[in-house]
Design a protein around this ligand. Structure first.
Ligand code: PLP
Length: 379
C-alpha cells in the first residue's frame, strides 16, 4: 500500500541538515550570530523593517501583546476560527477576548463580524487590539481592519502563522499590520522545528520585543556586567541551531510556496466532480501561500459524521484534520464568557476538512486523495 499521507509535513533536505550541523560545531548554540542573520533575512523576505525571532508562534503573539502594553481592563478582538493560541496571548496578559464571527465559506474574519465584536467590547473593557488571522494563508481584508483600528485607537497584531509567503497586491501580511506573528512549526510553510517571528515597523518596537523575549532585561552597552530588568519578561529565545535551519529553509520558501499552489490547483481541478456534497473553498484576494487546503463537506446531507469520514480516509492512507473548533466554544472560554452564538464560525466548523498539502507530495498523491474521497463520499 502507498505510504500514509499526513495533512502536512516538513521538507528537510541535505543542505538543511548541513546548516544545522555547522551551527552545532560553531561557538554559539544560542544568542549568537545566526539569530540576527535569520531575523535580517526574514525581514527582507516579508518586506518588514524589523523582525524579532523567538521560540514559537505562541511566544511571538505573547511578545507582541506584551510589547503594546496589553493588560487587565483591555479587550482584544480575535476571530473564533483560529488556533487557541491567538486568543490565549491576550489572556496571558490578563486582557479579555471578544470573539468575532467569520465568513462560513473561507473561515476568515469579516468586516461585519469585526464591527459586531467592536460594538460588544464596552461590556468587557476597552478595546486594545485586533488580531486578524490569515487562516490557511488566505488573507483577511486589512483595509477595514486598519481603518477601524485607527478610528478606535487600537493596535493591529496579525496572526500570520499560516501566511508566510502569502501576498495581496504584492504586499505581505507584515506590511499591513503594526506587527505580524509567524510560526515555524513543522506543518507551516517553512520550519525550524519550533520557532516564531514578530515583525515590527520601527526600531523601538523591535527593541521592546527583544526585551520581552529575554526576561524583560535591558543590557548596558557600556558595562557588560550590568543589566536592568525593567519589565516582567520571559525566556522566549530561539537557539542558533534552529535559526540556522530557518535561514536554510527561508531560501527555499518561494519553491515551497509554488509547490503548494500547484498542489492546490490540482485539487481545484480534481475535486469539483465530488460536488454538491463537497465544495472547494475560495482563495480570496491575492496569492495565498496555502498552508492548508480546506474543503467544505455537507456531512448532514451526506448522512455521515465527519469523524467516520476521517476514519475511512485514514484507513485508505489519507490523513485529514479540522482547522478549527471555534475558540469561543472551547470549555475555558465558554466558562469565562458564556456560550455566544457566532453562526459563521459554527457553520465553518461543521463542514470544514483539511486535506493533505505539503511540498513533498507528488501530483499522483492528489489523485489518491480525490479517489479516496470519491469512494468514502460515494460520489
Ligand atoms: C493560527 C495559529 N496561531 C498561532 C499558532 C501557534 O504557533 P506555535 O505552535 O508555533 O506556538 C499556530 C500554530 O499552530 C497557528 O496555527
Amino acid at each position: 500500500m502507498a505510504p500514509f499521507l499526513p495533512y502536512g509535513r516538513q521538507t528537510i533536505e541535505d543542505d538543511d541538515i548541513h546548516a544545522v550541523a555547522t551551527a552545532l560545531r560553531s561557538d554559539f548554540l544560542t544568542t549568537g550570530p545566526a539569530v540576527e542573520a535569520f531575523e535580517t533575512a526574514f525581514a527582507k523576505a516579508v518586506d518588514a523593517p524589523y523582525a524579532v525571532a523567538c521560540n514559537g508562534g505562541t511566544a511571538a503573539l505573547h511578545m507582541a501583546m506584551m510589547s503594546i502594553g496589553t493588560g487587565p481592563g483591555d479587550v482584544c478582538i480575535v476571530p473564533s476560527i483560529t488556533f487557541v493560541a491567538t486568543a490565549n496571548a491576550a489572556r496571558f496578559c490578563g486582557a479579555e477576548v471578544m470573539f468575532a464571527d467569520v465568513d462560513p465559506k473561507t473561515g476568515l474574519m469579516t468586516e461585519a463580524g469585526l464591527m459586531d465584536a467592536v460594538g460588544k467590547v464596552a461590556g468587557r473593557g476597552r478595546l486594545k487590539a485586533i488580531l486578524p488571522v490569515h487562516l490557511a494563508g488566505k488573507m483577511v481584508d486589512m483595509t477595514p481592519v486598519n481603518s477601524l483600528a485607527g478610528a478606535c485607537n487600537a493596535h493591529v497584531i496579525a496572526d500570520s502563522c499560516h501566511a508566510l509567503g502569502s501576498t495581496v497586491n504584492g504586499r505581505s501580511p507584515a506590511q499591513d499590520a503594526e506587527m505580524a506573528c509567524y510560526s515555524f512549526h513543522p506543518v507551516k510553510t517553512m520550519t525550524t522545528g519550533e520557532g516564531g517571528m514578530v515583525t515590527a515597523q520601527d526600531a523601538g518596537a523591535a527593541e521592546r520585543l527583544k526585551m520581552f523575549r529575554s526576561h524583560g532585561i535591558i543590557r548596558s552597552p557600556h558595562d557588560t556586567a550590568h543589566y536592568d530588568m525593567v519589565e516582567l519578561g520571559y525566556n522566549y529565545r530561539i537557539p542558533d541551531i534552529l535559526c540556522a535551519l530557518g535561514l536554510s529553509q527561508l531560501g527555499k520558501l518561494p519553491r515551497f510556496v509554488e509547490r503548494r499552489r500547484a498542489i492546490a490547483a490540482l485539487y481545484d481541478a480534481a475535486l469539483p466532480g465530488l460536488s454538491p456534497v463537497l465544495q472547494t473553498c475560495p482563495n480570496g484576494a491575492g496569492d495565498p501561500a496555502l498552508h492548508l487546503y480546506t474543503v467544505q463537506i455537507d456531512f448532514a446531507a451526506l448522512g455521515r459524521e465527519r469523524k467516520a469520514v476521517m476514519d475511512d480516509l485514514r484507513a485508505l492512507g489519507i490523513g485529514t484534520q479540522v482547522h478549527y473548533i471555534p475558540v469561543h466554544l472551547q470549555p475555558y472560554y465558554a466558562a469565562r464568557y458564556g456560550v455566544e452564538r457566532l453562526p459563521g464560525a459554527e457553520t465553518w466548523h461543521e463542514r470544514t476538512l483539511s486535506l493533505p498539502i505539503f511540498p513533498g507530495m507528488a501530483d499522483s498523491d492528489v489523485g489518491r486523495v480525490a479517489e479516496a474521497l470519491s469512494m468514502v463520499l460515494g460520489s
